[in-house]
Design a protein around this ligand. Structure first.
Ligand SMILES: Nc1ncnc2c1ncn2[C@@H]1O[C@H](COP(=O)(O)OP(=O)(O)OP(=O)(O)O)[C@@H](O)[C@H]1O
Ligand SMILES: [Mg+2]
Length: 357
């Protein structure tokens, strides 16, 4: 078995007695990308800084390629960890040429260093700027040079802290994909910090969902999206609808039919969470809706509150007849019913998540 490029075991960092990184354990194989995804202040950058070696952990160990680089006794200095860094506020050296910027962290004879710089610049599509200077490049080009510079010494691990957030969308997609191709080719283990779920879904082999210093869920994007650990994990990736109900005999009654709540004691409240794209809409036929089915359950009626066109889909907001609750549904393409229109909603039962409230 290949050993992971990066492994952290129970990393802890406390500030003023509060653990802002709380037993974080991660393992990243060669050529794999793990995205550390979580809201502002949850401890993402602090985790990266400890791995980089610019901040000391209070407990836990860090291994690079199976070698211990840091625990509370051993401490390999940052420049000896074979860890590359790419942060949002990267800075090129203005007085060095593009090639010299890329070659900066390399050792050995000058010719070999320039050769490696040339290869990388070619790879990021900037060979023609080999002898140019940073001020002659656009923001996106500078970022690609910074990327080439970070990759040049062939680090075993690349730490990236929102490295693409300064770029406009179209430029960003291209640079993101190129970056990943390059890092995968080199067999680097990548830990990428982001607070954007789309970026994580697009880039990650594994997503580590972080909240209040802890990894609350770790898995492939598909699994995190489709088997979320809790309501917040659902809400992180999309808008959500929430119904709540009291459990009786492991079942919850709702206007959309009964849901299973296995293992939840009688009398406890649970929340049934589902995404707007899993709501289907049907027309009202003289006060009646579609027949219940096993997949869609029982339909419930609501009245359109507002409808908005969002580009690839339309978002329709309903006030439900049964209790006045607001629920949202998205419909592909254009569907813009007038406010006040009564319509029937059904929910894909296999796409509902039941969590203790
Ligand atoms: N040197 C420090 N002294 C005291 N508190 C700190 C220090 N560094 C970070 N913190 C606190 O630790 C918590 C986590 O900070 P961190 O920078 O890791 O968050 P983050 O997840 O990267 O957030 P963001 O998405 O906003 O960048 C924050 O509450 C922050 O205020
Ligand atoms: Mg941060």
């Amino acid at each position: 078995m290949t050993s992971p490029r990066l492994e952290t075991r129970d990393l802890v960092r406390r500030f003023d007695g509060k653990a802002v990184v709380d037993h974080v354990s991660l393992s990243i194989l060669p050529g794999n990308v793990t995205c550390l995804l979580g809201p502002s202040g949850c401890g993402k950058s602090t985790t990266l800084r400890m791995i980089a070696g610019v901040e000391q952990q209070d407990a836990g160990e860090i291994y690079v390629d199976g070698r211990l680089v840091c625990d509370t006794v051993t401490r390999v200095p940052p420049e000896k960890r074979s860890v590359g860094l790419m942060f949002q506020d990267f800075a090129l050296f203005p007085h060095l040429s593009v090639a010299d910027n890329v070659a900066f962290g390399l050792k050995g004879p000058k010719a070999a260093r320039r050769k490696r710089a040339g290869e990388l610049l070619e790879r990021v599509g900037l060979s023609h700027h080999f002898d140019g200077y940073p001020h002659q490049l656009s923001g996106g080009e500078q970022q690609r040079v910074a990327l080439a510079r970070a990759i040049a010494p062939k680090p075993k691990v690349m730490l990236m802290d929102e490295p693409f957030s300064g770029l406009d969308n179209r430029l960003r997609d291209g640079i993101r994909d190129d970056t990943l191709d390059l890092l995968k080719e080199e067999g680097t283990g990548v830990l990428l910090v982001t607070h954007e779920p789309e970026e994580a879904m697009r880039m990650a082999d594994e997503i580590a969902l972080m909240r209040d210093g802890r990894i609350v869920q770790l898995g492939a994007p598909y699994n995190i999206y489709n088997s979320p650990a809790d309501k917040a994990a659902v809400a992180f990736f999309s808008d959500v609808n929430v119904l709540s109900g009291r459990v009786q005999g492991a079942l919850v009654d709702t206007p959309f039919g009964q849901f299973l709540a296995p293992g939840v004691p009688d009398g406890e409240t649970v929340e049934i969470v589902f995404r707007p794209q899993h709501v289907t809409i049907d027309f009202d036929r003289n006060g009646r809706g579609p027949n219940p089915t096993e997949i869609a359950g029982t339909p419930a009626r609501g009245v359109v509150r507002r409808a908005r066109f969002m580009g690839s889909e339309s978002l329709v907001e309903f006030r439900m007849d049964h209790d006045g609750q607001i629920l949202r549904a998205t419909v592909p393409n254009v569907f813009l019913p007038k406010p006040g229109t009564p319509l029937w909603l059904s929910v894909r039962r296999d796409r509902c998540f039941v969590f203790p409230a």
